[in-house]
Design a protein around this ligand. Structure first.
Ligand SMILES: [Zn+2]
Length: 473
């Protein structure tokens, strides 16, 4: 089959792909029932602490009457796992669904893959024990297109999910680009690695008196010098307590929470070892001392004194980690907002997400996405990306979390639609913002539409529209 496809002309390939369009796969029972273990993996990866997903007592008293799965997990239940692609065909044995399209494009050299967008509709929340069937149909295949990533074809799928009673529980549209690595119009390696391979920052001068501080940074801790005689805190470290004169100096480990006491945007002169815009910040730590650092993941115009911040120990290059600060993650709301609380134009509080390598890999595994570009940096490079990048399901899970943390645990998702832009690479900060677009009473239900955006230092990573149902008193 692969030799056959390699010799295919582009027209013949496109004709073969388009024969699959509109042919629905025979409904297939998903590998596992909806289950608590996979829900827990997902919530751990996304750091989603909504108790309706994991706390049986809370969930029993909630609007759901028991544990439910995060709505954004919808397509996780149908993922094949780390196994060869299953056969997909229609009930009459024709090629159908995504698998034959992926196979044909792979064989023709379009071996790289990136998700472009996804749209979920939720007809009801899924509960442990639900056994789903999925039927999938390719709805379109584009002509060959030159994209920034490479020459490729976009295709879209529609998946319909039904439960054990045959009732529809959800629907998904998914849009994917398959492209030939190394045929892009932008050199991804150069542009995306700019931040990683730049001139390294100046090294700290580490003395006997400051070694404890840098040892702490290496271990992911922010250590503040503390006088063992009078408990006074000093930063930067000193050789003798300025309060009582003692030489008996130890340290405490800061919780890493504080507020912006003062800040400055550094304009001129610019140095190649720093990322601009560059915000210098004086943070007042909760422990009661102050520290000078940089604020990352926040536009200079959005910085305010008094703003809550949290520690972000980040590798500014492979040989140096620094204790930086980012905007603090807002607290999760414990009682759900009411429909009457909201009006169009209302802003959601910004929320940062540290894009660690662990988050990228854990999110991919929790969504049963074993594409190498989400866990193997070397293979990601081979496929034309400078590093591993976050999969779309992790983005949908984080978007789910951002909205429920703001609206409260019992808000009901009706729709979640995402369009992806620039990728999320490790070491960056994704910052969510959002706004209420509309509010309407429909059939007695309080329906609210949000526009949510997640940006990183390369630009907009995700633009999402969300339709929610909120309690009406
Ligand atoms: Zn002292």
């Amino acid at each position: 089959m692969s030799d056959d496809n390699k010799s295919k002309t582009p027209d013949a390939l496109l004709a073969a792909l388009r024969r699959i369009v509109g042919v629905a796969t025979e409904p297939r029972v998903t590998r596992d029932d909806v289950n608590q273990a996979m829900i827990r993996h997902w919530c751990d990866a996304m750091e989603d602490h909504n108790p309706v997903y994991t706390d049986p007592a809370f969930a029993a008293e909630s609007v759901h009457g028991g544990i439910v799965a995060p709505p954004a997990m919808l397509d996780t239940w149908s993922m094949p796992g780390l196994a060869p692609r299953p056969r997909q065909e229609s009930s009459s044995g024709e090629e159908a669904g995504m698998v034959p399209v992926l196979n044909q494009l792979d064989a023709a050299g379009f071996t790289s893959v990136v998700a472009a967008g996804m749209s979920h509709e939720y007809h009801r929340y899924l509960k442990p024990g639900d056994r789903l069937t999925i039927s999938q149909v390719i709805t379109s295949v584009s002509d060959e297109k030159q994209t920034a990533l490479g020459v490729g074809h976009f295709f879209t799928t529609e998946s319909n999910f039904a439960d054990q009673q045959g009732n529809s529980v959800g629907r998904m549209e998914f849009s994917i680009l398959k492209f030939k690595p190394g045929t892009g119009t932008v050199n991804m390696d150069a542009s995306a690695l700019e931040g990683l391979e730049k001139m390294p920052r100046p090294r700290p001068a580490i003395s006997r008196d400051t070694k404890f501080f840098w040892d702490g940074v290496d271990q992911g801790e922010l250590r503040i010098q503390k006088c063992n005689s009078c408990d006074g805190l000093h930063h930067p470290p000193v050789v003798r307590c300025p309060g009582c004169g003692s030489y008996e100096l130890g340290y405490l480990v800061s919780q890493g929470r504080g507020t912006v006491y003062s800040f400055v945007e550094v304009h001129h002169p610019q140095f190649p070892m720093f990322d601009y815009p560059l915000v210098g910040v004086l943070v007042e730590l909760e422990e009661g001392t102050r520290i000078i650092s940089n604020l990352v993941g926040v536009k200079p115009e959005d910085v305010e004194t008094g703003m809550p911040v949290e520690l972000a120990i980040e590798a500014t290059d492979p040989g140096l980690s620094l204790p930086l600060f980012r905007r603090a993650r807002p607290a999760r709301r414990e009682s759900t907002l009411l429909f009457a609380d909201l009006e169009p134009g209302q802003e959601l509080p910004p929320c940062p997400v540290a894009i660690s390598r662990t988050l990228i890999v854990a999110g991919a595994m929790a969504s049963r996405d074993f594409q190498d570009v989400h866990h193997d940096p070397d293979l990601a490079k081979k496929r034309g990306s400078p590093d591993t990048f976050m999969n779309i399901m992790t983005t949908s899970g984080l978007t789910n979390r951002y909205v429920t943390d703001w609206a409260g645990p019992e808000v009901i998702f009706r729709k979640l639609s995402l369009r992806l832009g620039v990728p999320n690479f490790p070491g960056d900060t994704l910052t969510y913002t959002g706004q209420v677009q509309s509010t309407a009473l429909r059939d007695g239900k309080g329906v609210v539409e949000l526009l949510v955006t997640g940006t990183n230092k390369l630009g907009d990573h995700v633009t999402a529209t969300v339709e929610l149902e909120l309690p009406t008193p």
